[in-house]
Design a protein around this ligand. Sequence first.
Ligand code: G1P
Length: 297
Amino acid sequence: MTRKVTKAIFPVAGLGTRFLPATKSVPKEIMTLVDRPLIQYAIDEARAAGIKEFIFVTSRGKGALEDYFDHAPQLEMELAQKGKTELLDTLKNTNMESGAVAYVRQHKPKGLGHAVWCARRLVGDEPVAVLLPDDVIAAETPCLKQMVEAYAETGGNMVAAMEVPAAKTSSYGVLDVAEDMGHMVSVKGMVEKPKPGTAPSNLAVIGRYILAPQVLDNLDSTQAGAGGEIQLTDAIAKEIGANNNVYGYRFRGQRFDCGSKAGFLQATVSFGLAREDLRDDLSQFLQDIAISQQAAE
Ligand code: G1P
């Protein structure tokens, strides 16, 4: 029997320089996708997967994130008085239970592995999920829920995986596949940001992980790797040699790279089109643009 996954780490310490000047005063994770901050999508996905404890690895200047998770009694009272029950529900959905949220600071930007390691004492001796909020995944069954279900069978360590074009592999952690079972692969190696032409496959790691506590122990001694940073990929890869229990999970869903401007815009359009209240106006607008662009060519 594998242990239930009830804790999740959200690394949110990044500076968000790709979105300057917006991120000069607003944490990237608060930036809005349609009408919800990016972080809310990751929280909702974690909740749907049964996560009860939420650990944020933050850094200087991320105060707005803590406020976002706080209850807003004044606002709630006003909405209740005005009978705006739908908005009130939306707002309440952002509230986190007292004691369910913990914040830990990453004092130096030493990489994703280091950020996860900063949360080690809050995790203890149990499996933990890691969600990178930049990776937004639209899916009928939320991605982490799919993984938790698969993990109940495998145990060990699981990373979300997706085929990417060969030219893009150098932007990701890439899996060396031992056995391909279709929706899942067993992994015999992992390389963070392989140099062009050297990737072991096209199967890239996407920002959802379920990790055994050993990975956090491995991070104690993981040296700086790709880009001079302490890489989570390297700490997971150590488990292949030691326990041979690393799996890649090909999730069902569409992933948007909201760490890039193009990805953020694509997600905005796609999530907008998925919304009943916005669909008609937005799709009309998109058609009009396409027509006028064609005419101009
Ligand atoms: C991180 C991980 C990488 C993974 C990627 C997915 O990289 O280090 O293994 O493939 O997220 O988005 P980053 O995008 O932070 O450079």
